[in-house]
Ligand binder design. Structure first.
Ligand code: 26W
Length: 811
């Protein structure tokens, strides 16, 4: 590591940036100026380090990782990068010295919200971990002008506002115009045959320029620096002057707008596919630019692409970047003159695929017509891949076998992206043990039988430097005090285990409890200042934050709250542990039911807030605009983490890990990574309830009758009636109860809320009992923290490096 900076040096650097970039002194600077100046200082350090890192990689001819993802949910970077670089302390002192409050400067940074949820945040944690582990890696995505929308709650309902993060977020980006790539859309292909070799010519296409805007990423305690390459879309001709002068002004401007719209906005759909032309354009745009850029650099260094797979691995984050496969083929065939077999051999040794969801409605299937007209040459290549695959499958299974149809890449005039990935990738992995098993035995069972060795598991992990040390400094201190006093656990997360020596140490448990109380108070202060809501910090903070989706079952949580409410009203002596239920969730703008559930949560929150009977006992709050920077404040203050998805549906979950590391206990189903959390801590340190994945699938096979559960359970009956009758705010929710009981046109209660209700209720009763014994609760909390090391992203990245990428990493 380079020498650390002193406070004075840091102040000088910041002042110089203020002067040069904004023409201001410290006295004239706003918080926004100050943030930008600090970011520029940190960016300079990383940029210098990155040049050195790239040199070393080039000299050592090391294999590089390219992580392709439509989403990178980076959140804020200033405090994080400064922390990793070891300059956080002098920077804070310098900010103070210049007359500002460091906390306020960090708060001035907008979240880089270039993602929806789990998949995007995972990519961000992994880029940090790859950097810390000194793996030469680059992330690739789109430089969306507008990130995930900002959520406002108006009259209980979600309203979406534009998120213009580049205002200030720009400070991190280094524009590399010299590495611009051209991406071609539309037009048609003219085949020129020379013997049996084809030289296809692409004519009448529309060009879009892809301009890299690189965001450097620092690793912890290393000079190694990687970058996130965000492609911005530009028209090749600013405004076509020939059209302009010929009077076709609109057409001239239109061409420009058509090009630039590609990078305008992140699609806010999570786990839900819609065959939108612009989305396909986004995918090809970023993937084509990425592959061209990697191959161009490789050629410049090695003079050939023959050894490409030895020097590069391309990891595709769900199917969204699948077009990297035919795009590599296109370059090798059309631009480099390779024969099919050799090109295919290079591609299939380079690309690996991670699946992140089993929900059928999330599977990408592009209509042939759209695909063919937008990407004519890529379409031809995919047809050829599909054809050859079909022949192979038929050789293996026999013609007319159902498996050939299920595994087909093109079928019913659709391109199935997952099947293309499975065919072309040398590795396919799920993101938790359970999820990987479901992939092998259910979703991709046919492919698994064909090539079992392709299928792997890499259980997700989170950046524990951000999600523990940075956001929960008091807990970080306690851990250091209880381990060897050093920061070693920041590199070797399994050292958290040493905490467990103190599992019966009353003083340590008391201190752990005190840290949680302080964090709750701090969070309550923040919420009060932001929204005016006064949280009851004496109550158990029971938290469910994640995207709103029916399979995640926020509605089950609400049903239980209504049950508690009813019992409290009925029986003033009803003995239950006071609770503050906190929700945070964005709904996809077009997902009607999800939006209704948000409205319901707000109806319940209002009713409870205005009912004196609930005072100091029951509280519900919907936290507006849940995002990375809000999660960072909330995790340290949470006591109970709700991970209550229908078993078999949540691929992994990563929020669950953030809660665990910050000492919250989990109430959850045996789904996704909860299964492995349960394995780590045992029955005694987690509140498990509900049907298992196997039981869910058995019940569905047998025929699930939600109505019977409803009829046989007086609590459920009462709750449904309550929802139908409506709330003091005038809203009633017959639409939601119908969905649960009769189905309203679709299968009733698809996610088995009613089947799991009783078991959920019982688990909550256990929670309440344990909470009344603070010593026991704190011990459970300590054990959870101590055994959370396995959920560090470093462990996941080591798994990828060793079992899929075959690249070395820092020990
Ligand atoms: C095409 C629309 C679309 C958009 C996003 C489909 C699917 C997605 C993502 C794959 C959904 C997603 O974020 N999945 C989440 O991935 C996390 C990281 O692996 C897991 O922890 C979550 O369980 C999973 O829901």
């Amino acid at each position: 590591m380079a020498d650390p900076f002193s406070k004075d040096q840091m102040a000088q650097l910041i002042l110089a940036k203020l002067r040069r970039n904004f023409g201001r002194t410290a006295e004239q600077a706003t918080k926004a100026h100050m943030f930008q100046a600090c970011a520029l200082v940190v960016r300079d350090i990383m940029s210098t380090n990155n040049i050195a890192s790239e040199k070393l990689v080039q000299l050592g001819q090391q294999r590089q990782v390219h992580y392709l993802s439509m989403e990178f949910l980076m959140g804020r970077s200033l405090e994080k990068n400064a922390f990793n670089l070891g300059v956080l302390q002098p920077m804070k002192e310098a900010i103070k010295f210049l007359g500002f409050d460091p906390g306020e400067i960090f708060e001035a940074e907008p979240d880089a919200g270039l993602g929806n949820g789990g998949l995007g945040r995972l990519a961000a944690c992994y880029l940090e971990a790859m950097t810390t582990l000194e793996i030469p890696a680059t992330g690739y995505s789109i430089c969306y002008e507008l990130g995930i929308f900002k959520q406002k709650i108006v009259d209980g309902q979600q309203v979406e506002l534009a998120d213009n993060w580049l205002d200030l977020g720009d400070a991190w980006l280094i524009t590399r115009t010299d590495e611009t790539e051209e991406v071609k859309f539309g037009g048609r292909i003219i085949d020129h045959w020379e013997g049996n070799i084809n030289h296809p010519e692409h004519v009448e296409y529309t060009s879009v320029l892809a301009v890299p805007r690189d965001m450097p990423v620092a690793g912890y305690n290393t000079d190694h620096t990687n970058v996130l390459r965000l492609w911005d879309a530009k028209s090749p001709t600013p405004v076509d002057m020939s059209l302009y002068s010929s009077g076709d002004y609109l057409k001239a401007v239109e061409q420009q707008a058509m090009a630039e719209v590609i990078a305008k906005v992140l699609y806010p759909d999570d786990n839900h596919y819609e065959g939108k032309s612009l989305r396909l354009r986004q995918q090809y745009f970023f993937v084509s630019a990425t592959v061209q850029s990697i191959m161009r650099k490789h050629r410049a260094q090695y003079g050939t692409l023959r050894n490409f797979h030895e020097k590069h691995v391309i990891q595709i984050n769900d199917t969204h970047p699948t077009l990297a496969i035919p795009e590599m083929m296109r370059i090798l065939l059309d631009e480099e003159g390779y024969e099919w077999d050799e090109a295919w051999s290079i591609v299939t040794k380079t690309v690996a695929y991670t699946n992140h969801t089993v929900l059928a409605e999330a599977l990408e299937r592009w209509p042939q017509q759209l695909f063919e007209s937008l990407l004519p040459r890529i379409w031809n290549i995919v047809c050829e891949i599909a054809h050859r695959y079909q022949l192979e499958l038929e050789r293996h299974f026999g013609q007319g076998d159902g498996r050939v149809a299920r595994m087909a890449i093109i079928w019913d005039n659709e391109v199935r992206m997952a099947n293309l990935c499975i065919c072309a990738c040398y590795a396919v992995n799920g993101v938790s043990a359970l999820h990987s098993e479901i992939l092998k035995h259910d979703v991709f069972a046919d492919a698994y039988r064909l090539e079992p060795s392709k299928f792997k598991n890499v259980t997700n992990g989170i950046d524990h430097r951000r999600w523990l040390s940075e956001i929960n400094p008091e807990l970080d201190k306690l851990i250091r005090d209880c381990t060897d006093g050093s920061d070693d656990y920041l590199i070797h997360a399994y050292k958290l285990k040493e905490l467990e020596k103190h599992a019966d140490d009353a003083a340590v448990l008391e201190r752990l409890g005190q840290i949680k109380r302080d964090n709750k108070l701090r969070f309550a202060d923040y919420i009060k200042a932001e929204s005016g809501i006064l949280l009851n910090t004496d109550a158990l903070f029971d938290v469910q934050v994640k995207r709103l989706h029916e399979y995640k079952r926020q509605l089950l949580n609400v049903l239980h709250i209504i049950y508690l409410y009813q019992h409290m009203k009925e029986d003033p002596h009803f003995d239950f542990q006071p609770r503050t239920f906190l929700f945070g969730a964005k709904a996809a703008p077009g997902y009607y039911v999800a939006k209704r559930i948000i409205r319901l949560i707000n109806s319940v929150a209002n009713m409870v807030a205005n009912d004196p009977a609930c005072k100091d006992r029951l509280q519900v709050a919907f936290l507006e605009n849940y995002r990375v920077s809000l999660a960072e404040k909330l995790m340290p203050a949470s006591e109970l983490s709700e991970q209550i998805s229908t078993a078999g549906k949540e691929a992994s979950g990563t929020g669950n890990m953030k809660f665990m590391m910050n000492g919250a206990l989990t109430i959850g189903t045996l789904d996704g990574a909860n299964v492995e959390m349960h394995e780590q801590v045992g029955d005694d340190n987690i509140f498990i309830f509900g049907l298992t994945a196997q039981e869910v699938s058995d019940l569905k096979a047998k025929g699930y009758h939600a109505y019977d559960y409803y009829m046989n359970n007086p609590d459920l009956k009462w709750i449904m009636k309550f929802l139908n009758d409506g709330f003091p705010d005038g809203e009633s929710y017959g639409d939601l109860t119908r969905r649960l009981i009769s189905g309203d046109g679709c299968p009733a209660d698809e996610y088995l809320l009613l089947a799991d209700f009783e078991s959920y209720k019982a688990a909550h009763e256990r929670v309440g009992k344990v909470y009344r014994d603070p010593k026991r609760w704190n011990k459970m909390s300590l054990i959870n923290i101590a055994r959370s090391g396995i959920f560090a992203a470093d462990r996941s990245i080591c798994d990828y490096a060793e079992t899929i990428w075959d690249v070395p990493h820092r020990a």
